[in-house]
Ligand binder design. Structure first.
Ligand code: PLP
Length: 381
């Protein structure tokens, strides 16, 4: 069966052309980038070239980029380091939003459970953005870190991290401002990010069509962070472990591709517009966030009164891959916390589906996905 892949926010597939490019670059240079012999030095050059490409995308310096195994590692690293950084008489306070990815939410809760910090979760507005006033109200001398998703992986909504960081630092200049920018790279203009208004940001190669299993952390020059992994001192002693050269090469190529082809997601945006126009005509279909509020490649929706299972079975039968959100251990769907925090009712929050398009998707596929939604609605009538 030919699949229609509409789950790009989970992972953006690699093209054959990209894989061949990675192979061509890697094959003659397969040393350990820490080795001083010629093949080691050649592998090191590849790593450094990618570091520069990624830095260029966010207006940072190459030495502010640290390669990791994934964005989950980058997020965990900063959370743990920020908690360990300062010893307060009172427990330090971390702020996160109710829309955070599990790679922030879960480690933050674990740190709180260990008694290392207090975690304050800031609510969302109906449009999906964090409640900015509520967040800034919480920034006091005890607040050591703010961890905020930049572009939301489910709704596609972008938080105004620049103005929030500037305002937060007026209230507490020492506060560490971290953003999870995994879904922003290649979708949102980030070239002012390296200008220094935030302290750190996480990225991941597989969200922009690179290989899975490689990420990075941008850390502002001069801001101190203790390492999560100790060992051989790779990544300028801040992240030990032999670098994933294949993954890093792939990451650098895709970052450069996104930077030099600003419209690389043009067909994904057209497909999304087409899909949403079709949805608007389908009875029961409810899109949670208006397209203009988002990066333009994702649709989070439900069919009012029609259980999500019905739609998922129809997609499965048609070979359409979408995101169904999470289910509890018994397989029962659980309400999506981001939608609940936006004030969306529990039924809709439990029965929503995410369709996200990427570089290879075309409007004809959007039509096919919409046809299946229509059929699922029609089957109920
Ligand atoms: N943050 C966001 C917003 C994501 O969408 C993801 C991936 O799903 C991650 C973090 C984790 O990225 P990785 O798969 O590289 O660990």
């Amino acid at each position: 069966m030919d699949f229609i892949y509409a789950d790009v926010n989970a992972t953006h597939p690699c093209s054959t052309e990209h894989l061949m490019q990675v192979w061509d670059m890697l094959q003659p240079n397969q040393g350990n980038p820490s080795s001083i012999h010629p093949l080691g030095r050649r592998a090191r050059l590849l790593v450094e070239r990618s570091r520069r490409s990624i830095a260029e995308c966010i207006g940072a310096q190459a030495r502010e980029i640290f390669f990791t195994s994934c964005a989950t590692e980058s997020n965990n690293w900063v959370l743990q380091a920020v908690c360990a950084r300062l010893f307060f008489e009172k427990r330090p306070k971390l702020l996160i939003s109710a829309g955070e990815h599990s790679s922030i939410r879960v480690p933050a809760a674990a740190l709180e459970k260990k008694g290392l910090c207090e975690v304050v979760t800031i609510g969302l507005q109906r449009n999906g953005q964090v409640d900015e006033e509520a967040l800034l109200e919480q920034v006091d001398q005890n607040c050591v870190g703010i961890f905020l998703i930049h572009t939301h992986n489910e709704t596609g909504v972008v938080n105004d991290v620049e103005s929030l960081a500037i305002e937060a630092k007026k209230r507490n200049p020492d506060v560490w401002f971290h953003i999870d920018a995994v879904q922003s790279l290649g979708k949102v203009e980030l070239r002012s990010l390296g200008g220094g208004f935030i302290d750190s940001a996480s990225f991941s190669a597989h969200k922009i069509g690179g290989l899975q299993g490689v990420g990075c952390l941008y850390k502002k020059e001069g801001r101190m962070l203790s390492p999560l992994l100790l060992g051989g001192g790779q990544e300028r002693a801040l992240r030990s472990g032999t670098q994933n050269v294949a993954g890093i090469v792939s990451f650098g190529l895709r970052a450069a591709h996104a930077l030099h082809h600003p419209d690389w997601l043009g067909s994904a945006k057209l497909a999304t517009q087409r899909f949403q126009r079709r949805l608007q005509k389908i009875p029961h279909a409810r899109i949670h966030v208006s397209l203009v509020e988002t990066v333009g490649t994702v649709t989070f929706f439900c069919l009012e009164g029609i259980p999500r299972e019905r739609l998922l079975v129809a997609f499965e039968q048609a070979g359409i891959c979408v995101s169904a959100g999470s289910a509890c251990g018994s397989g029962t769907p659980v309400p999506n916390p981001t939608l609940l925090a936006m004030g969306i009712d529990a039924w809709a929050a439990t029965h929503s589906v995410r369709v996200s398009f990427g570089e290879a998707n075309r409007e004809a596929e959007a039509d096919r996905v919409a046809d299946i939604v229509e059929k699922a609605v029609f089957a109920v009538k």
